[in-house]
Design a protein around this ligand. Structure first.
Ligand SMILES: [Zn+2]
Length: 177
């Protein structure tokens, strides 16, 4: 329905945060409805994304409120995806790492076995849960297989047989830049 918007990479969209704008959340488009209110925040209702802000004219303020909400949602959804990845990768006995959520402009996630840390891109919160679960599992497997070698892809394929479709969806529909 809004397929044409997908041709513009997310980070290159020049959002104005005005009513009618389309914003993504977990793979779906929501129609932004901006209203002035002392209480700031975001509510989803029937594919509307209701953004309550104190200053309708400040793009920075509106961006900040929406960004805070995305970060809250990301924390919840990503922790869940990591927990799922731990269950899926049980044979490899990977424990829950230090999870950081940053906005990265050139990758969906990264893993640092040395510091027991996984970084997930905040932008993932705009993609379907299947994609988030794939990236979570991919990064977690790097604790056992640091490089993209045959053993890594063998383990990935065993644990998530459709990982390639999920990766293709990310690269095709949710390009960063
Ligand atoms: Zn990797």
């Amino acid at each position: 329905m809004f397929g044409s918007l997908d041709t513009v990479p997310e980070l290159l969209k020049n959002y104005q945060y005005t009513t009618g704008e389309q914003h993504k959340f977990l793979g779906d488009y929501y129609r932004l409805m901006v209203s002035e209110s002392v209480e700031t925040g975001v509510l989803l209702n029937n594919y509307n994304m209701i953004l309550s802000v104190q200053d309708l004219k400040s793009i920075q303020h509106k961006e900040f409120i929406l960004d805070m909400w995305y970060r809250e949602q990301a924390r919840e959804v990503f922790v869940e995806a990591m927990a799922t990845a731990i269950v899926t990768s049980a044979p490899y006995q990977i424990s829950f790492p230090d999870l950081k959520i940053y906005r990265l402009d050139n990758r969906w996630g990264s893993c640092s076995p040395k510091s027991q840390r996984v970084i997930l891109n905040l932008e993932l919160i705009k993609t379907p849960k299947e994609c988030i679960e794939y990236i979570a599992l991919h990064e977690m497997l790097h604790f056992r297989f640091p490089s993209h070698n045959l053993a890594f892809y063998g383990a990935l394929g065993d644990l998530m047989s459709d990982w390639k479709e999920r990766e293709d969806m990310l690269n095709r529909k949710y390009r960063l830049t």
